[in-house]
Design a protein around this ligand. Structure first.
Ligand code: AMP
Length: 176
């Protein structure tokens, strides 16, 4: 099987103008996901830098974070912990509220999901402003766990999300 290049992955991310609102260029990853070789290559490349880093848990946020977080956990032989919007997790939760461009949003994690022995890799499809990823770091750290790194398929460099993640190891496969 021919190997998949960064160019192949790049060509399978579709720009959709003015979605979900005017002025936003949405990075649509569904063409990449629907191709088996590309999906596998994307998961392999997201996980690559974190092999042999003793990751105990992968944490990702609903909903597109789930798509990459769980296969990365499988590859790294790590546990998987979902982060969800307020009110979706059934057991006792810990919440973190953060500011959006307009208003606020609240993410939750199960209070018993991680502890001081956990070395966590946070995964999402897109790093944009970094607000979601930063809130996720806070939830992980409030459970006394260590954030060992963050991995993304796509980084929108012009939004400077990395600045909100200073001090953490951040890796991305495709950068725009
Ligand atoms: P942010 O908190 O700004 O880093 O953005 C967080 C979430 O919004 C990510 O989980 C992405 O899934 C999504 N997102 C933000 N901007 C885009 C975009 N231009 N295209 C696709 N998804 C985006």
């Amino acid at each position: 099987m021919a190997s998949v290049s960064i160019g192949n992955l790049n060509s399978a991310v579709r720009d959709v103008a003015d979605f979900p609102k005017p002025g936003i260029v949405f990075k649509d990853i569904t063409p990449l996901l629907q191709d088996g070789a590309l999906f596998k290559a994307a998961v392999d490349r997201i996980a690559g830098p974190f092999q042999r880093k003793n990751i105990t848990h992968v944490v990702s946020m609903e909903s597109r974070g789930f798509i990459f977080g769980s296969p990365v956990a499988y590859l790294l032989n790590a546990g998987y912990v979902p982060i969800r919007k307020k009110g979706k997790l059934p057991h006792k939760t810990l919440a973190h509220t953060y500011n959006l461009e307009y208003g606020t949003d609240t993410l939750e994690i199960h209070a018993d999901a991680l502890d001081a022995s956990s070395r966590v890799l946070i995964i999402d499809d897109v790093l944009a402003t970094g607000g979601t990823a930063n809130a996720t770091c806070k939830l992980v750290e409030n459970l006394k766990a260590k954030v060992a790194g963050l991995g993304f398929l796509i980084e929108l460099e012009f939004l400077h999300g990395r600045e909100k993640l200073r001090g953490y190891t951040v890796s991305s496969v495709l950068r725009y």
